[in-house]
Design a protein around this ligand. Sequence first.
Ligand SMILES: *Cc1c(COP(=O)(O)O)cnc(C)c1O
Length: 385
Amino acid sequence: MIPYGRQQVTQEDIDAVLSVLNSDFLTQGPIVAQFESAVAKYVGAKYAVAVNSATSALHLACLGLGLGPGDLLWTSPITFVASANCALYCGAEVDFVDINPITYNLSVDALETKLTLAKKNGRLPKILVVVHMAGQSAEMDTINFLSHKYGFKVIEDASHAIGGKYKSHLIGGCQYSDVTVFSFHPVKIITSGEGGMAVTNSEHIASKLELLRSHGITRNSLQMVKFQDGPWYYEQLDLGFNYRMTDIQAALGLSQTLRIDDYVAKRNLLAGRYSGALKKLPLTLPYCNNDCYSANHLYVIRLCLNKISKTRLEVFECLRMLGVGVNVHYIPVHTQPYYQQLGFKIGDFPESERYYNEAISLPIFPGLTELQQDFVIQSLCEVLQ
Ligand SMILES: *Cc1c(COP(=O)(O)O)cnc(C)c1O
């Protein structure tokens, strides 16, 4: 089976991890700091805080921006559940903004309409989590403008998007947001096994995130509030967590940062080949916004169901049977049983639901060979006949 995504681990990566295993530090140590510096430098942000997952990074980013009970966070329904769950961890409420049916990112028109209404009702969001779906940036200029007009904070969930660009800036520079979050899960652009990172240009937010990732404890005397009993002394200043990344993970991640550009270039090459080969089929292919250079984490096709005789399930199962490891991204978050219990209904976000009923993710990853890709293309042609 050709998987939809797969990590690539080189001998250099393995050597980097082995050298940590032979060093004095296993958990957070000097290599985590090096990984943070490398990512901050690469994306053009001032500060970076590495944690054990993007989910943890989202949680800490929300806390760092002051999200709490009584507050509201908005995000897109077409994302992984973590983009919404982070609000619930903080005791806040979640609501969604429907997607733009062309880009699959949250619709800035729907956002503006919803903000106008929310302002009247006194229920404006404190935070908007903007997901760069499949690696293509959302319309950050407009989102930035609206965030100032309505006074909300912006977190970019760039789990799909390291190495991607918006208006020639690498995603993560935080020109249009307070915090940007990356995931280093093995299916993402680069991996540390498990891992995530929050980047920001705010020293205040960065130091809050550093505190919270390790129990709210500081060993920095400048931050302490009481008399220091002795050299062993530390202070817990806030209620934090153990969200630390290990140096073992950071060594893998750091080694992989050198290949971000190559990986994204390869993904763009593969996406271009798909788009050329599939354009005559009854499909909607990914839209390329001229303002963006997509990281192409996913290559999502939408079936024109009125032009084919199979259902999405049938197309999916036929492809799997042929050995093409297709997948679906994503089940709209508001349709999950947990979110239905919170009061969301089927029909609440119709563009997201329509998208979900037609979407299939084709295999795309740096190690996908042209031969394998041709097999995917040929299989899809057969199945759609
Ligand atoms: C993968 C992913 C996450 C969660 O990342 P983890 O590192 O697995 O916690 C969050 N948001 C989006 C959009 C993702 O794709």
